[in-house]
Design a protein around this ligand. Structure first.
Ligand SMILES: C[S@@+](CC[C@H](N)C(=O)[O-])C[C@H]1O[C@@H](n2cnc3c(N)ncnc32)[C@H](O)[C@@H]1O
Length: 335
């Protein structure tokens, strides 16, 4: 038997109180909510009448929610259906910018929408598109070769059985088009039925979602372009949900900072690493037990943030650090 698949019902904004205590010293300006979702963060920031919010989301389905905030907060709130890697296009609208916030991943509304094929419960076609995509998971599973599928599942899912899963996908697709539940069965067969906390398909589904939504380049260029948009003194806050996202965010902040109480101090005369951030914490902030109890999906959340203290024109070492992941994302050129 597999671990039970549970669909939670309501989307709760993760680490909301922690976010507020981190950004409230900067209140009295504009904040960009890069991942509007169900609007929990935007609403909280707008409840302070000194603030304005510019919110983005690549998913058009959040428009109704955005309209209801627009009705309540008027000119203090604006929404754009935009990918956050394109945040730089907001430049003319960002007067008195104080902070840029990312709450990565998916809202429960997206996971519970069975037509998107994000959840394993879906009986429909594989899809996994968050919005503004070039291809779907169905294209990936039914068109890419075995080697590419193995690389994607291994690198983006950290799945040990990637090779066997890819081989079984290729075998099965020569007989019939693979739907979501077919993929779950293929993964179960490849991994063997095992009872555990994590569903057999979790890692492969994570890999496909990352690939379909180009989450690696979205995050890398989202961070770089946010940095370029933000004035010195502003804050970047990022909440991640899986280890690949967290590795990227951790590197971005730590590589360009002098961490308080750390021996890794880079003197300013060191031209190799520029000091771009002041970090308050070496470690990420996690949800407390009562939040995890109320909202179990929050258990994988990690929050990291940095205050901008310097300018930089290039992030070449950041990009090259994750070059291998970006190359795997580029396998989509074969589609
Ligand atoms: C976890 S939810 C955010 C929840 C939100 N903080 C709240 O309080 O309701 C993540 C949202 O980010 C959006 N998103 C993910 N990647 C994105 C990207 N690259 N550009 C724009 N929006 C993105 C998703 O469509 C989803 O609606």
């Amino acid at each position: 038997m597999n671990a039970t698949i549970k669909l939670e019902k309501k989307h709760f904004p993760v680490l909301l109180n922690e976010l507020e205590s981190i950004i409230s010293p900067l209140y009295g300006g504009t904040f960009i909510d890069c991942t509007f979702g169900q609007g929990g963060y935007s609403k909280k920031i707008l409840e302070n009448s000194e603030n304005k919010v510019i919110a983005l989301d690549r998913d058009k389905e959040v428009l109704d929610k955005a309209l209801s905030l627009k009705k309540r907060f008027g000119s203090k709130f604006n929404f754009y259906n935009l990918k956050f890697s394109e945040i730089i296009s907001l430049l003319p609208k960002t007067e008195n910018l104080k902070g840029i916030i990312f709450d990565l991943g998916y809202s429960l509304n997206q996971i519970n929408d069975l037509n998107r094929g994000i959840s394993f419960k879906s009986k429909s076609k594989l899809n996994m598109k968050m919005g503004m995509n070039d291809f779907s998971a169905e294209d990936v599973i039914n068109k890419l070769d075995q080697e590419s599928l193995t690389k994607i599942i291994k690198s983006f899912g950290e799945e040990q059985k990637a090779k066997l899963i890819a081989k079984n996908i290729i075998q099965q697709r020569s007989k019939k088009n693979i739907l979501t539940h077919d993929l779950v069965s293929i993964i179960d067969r490849s991994k063997g039925y095992k009872k555990g906390k994590i569903h057999n398909a979790t890692k492969t589904f994570q890999a496909l979602r990352i690939f379909v939504n180009k989450e690696i380049s979205e995050l890398i260029y989202g961070l770089i372009n946010s940095f370029k948009l933000l004035p010195v003194g502003g804050i970047i806050v990022v909440v991640t949900f899986h280890s690949i996202e967290d590795k990227i965010v951790k590197y971005f902040f730590k590589n360009y900072s002098e961490i308080k109480n750390s021996s890794r101090y880079y003197p300013e005369s060191n031209n190799k690493i520029k000091l771009l951030f002041k970090l308050a914490n070496n470690k990420p902030i996690y949800p407390n037990q009562s939040e995890i109890k109320k909202n179990p999906p929050s258990r994988s959340a990690k929050l990291r943030y940095g205050i901008k203290i310097g300018e930089s024109s290039d992030f070449n070492d950041f990009i090259s650090k994750f070059e291998s992941l970006l190359k795997i994302e580029n396998l989509s050129n074969e589609l």
